[in-house]
Design a binder for this molecule. Structure first.
Ligand code: PD2
Ligand code: ZN
Length: 297
């Protein structure tokens, strides 16, 4: 029978701030224990906040259950159909490889060469420096983990974008409305995306409101629009796996199970591009219809 205790909001926020700054959980536990808290309570408080960062689960409220089961990620099967090829509306794509953890599939001929060129031509004149969400403030900031240029398209903004969104819906079995606006990214030499997870961490008000409006992000589709000359691989450092971008191919991975727990093994990055350009189109997919907030997320 778990024992329920008070969890004062200022203590929770202090733990969240220090975890965001990179302070080790054990250090925080010892610090709390030195201030008249039992080690069991100190550990439970830090573990509950750390779980929100690691597994994308909600931040604890103003009470805590001591002795509650430890959170662990249990993978669900990928939503994608099984088999060597998949019919996606008017187009058939071939499966190159599947990965169980993180749950992923690599697809050939997801887009035609002409579709890749058209997307690049649409995006090139409207590129600006990519932004990321600051985990503390929730605001968009330049640089951070990504040094590419990018632009977003509205849902069905052009006939090509609408056609691709139908293709993605057929792949995932999720409505096109669950998708955030298609994002086009261009990496130039030296540009990279440092290791991150795509699910939203409830560490700031903007992310909490975004999750409340549209549900958690549950999957990412990366569509590679050109062959790269060197570098620019999408890597999953927790599982030691990388994907080399090939024009027209797509990588789809899922990280949030039906219980709302997200997979830390989905940590990923784009390695620094050595020469030329890398173009990729990204679709982030929500658990429910995507309703953008003031910052577009
Ligand atoms: O361009 C990539 O390979 C990449 C890597 C990591 C893209 C993203 N994340 C993303 O758009 O979330
Ligand atoms: Zn990413």
């Amino acid at each position: 029978m778990p024992l329920t205790v008070d969890f004062p909001a200022p203590v929770r926020d202090w733990i969240a701030l220090n975890l965001t700054r990179g302070v080790q959980p054990d250090h925080l536990k010892r610090d709390l224990a030195s201030r008249n808290n039992s080690m069991e309570l100190s550990s439970a408080m830090v573990d509950a906040v750390a779980a929100a960062f690691l597994y994308g689960v909600p931040m604890p409220g103003d009470t805590l259950d001591l002795g509650a089961p430890v959170i662990a990620f249990e993978p669900d099967p990928l939503r994608v159909p099984v088999g060597p090829s998949i019919q996606l509306a008017e187009r058939k794509t071939r499966v190159i490889a599947r990965l169980q953890r993180p749950a992923a599939v690599l697809l050939d001929e997801f887009l035609t060469g002409s579709e890749c060129d058209q997307l690049i031509a649409l995006a090139r004149p409207r590129l600006s420096r990519s932004t990321v969400v600051d985990p503390v403030t929730g605001r968009d900031v330049a640089a951070g983990h990504r040094s590419s240029d990018g632009t977003f398209f509205r849902l069905a903004e052009t006939p090509l974008v609408a056609r691709l969104e139908m293709r993605i819906a057929a792949l995932t079995g999720l409505a096109a409305e669950n998708g955030e606006g298609l994002q086009l990214l261009r990496y130039q030499p030296g540009a990279e995306s440092t290791p991150h997870v795509d699910y939203l961490v409830a560490g700031n008000e903007m992310n909490r409101e975004s999750i409340a409006r549209s549900g958690q992000r549950i999957g990412t589709l990366l569509m590679y629009l050109n062959d790269v000359e060197g570098g620019g691989e999408t890597v999953f450092p927790q599982v030691g796996c990388s994907v080399v971008p090939r024009r027209g191919q797509a990588l789809y991975f899922e990280y949030c199970n039906r219980a709302g727990v997200c997979d830390p093994a989905s940590l990923h990055a784009s390695t620094p591009l050595r020469s030329g350009e890398k173009w990729v189109a990204t679709k982030w997919i929500r658990a429910r219809r995507f309703v953008p907030g003031g910052n577009g997320r």
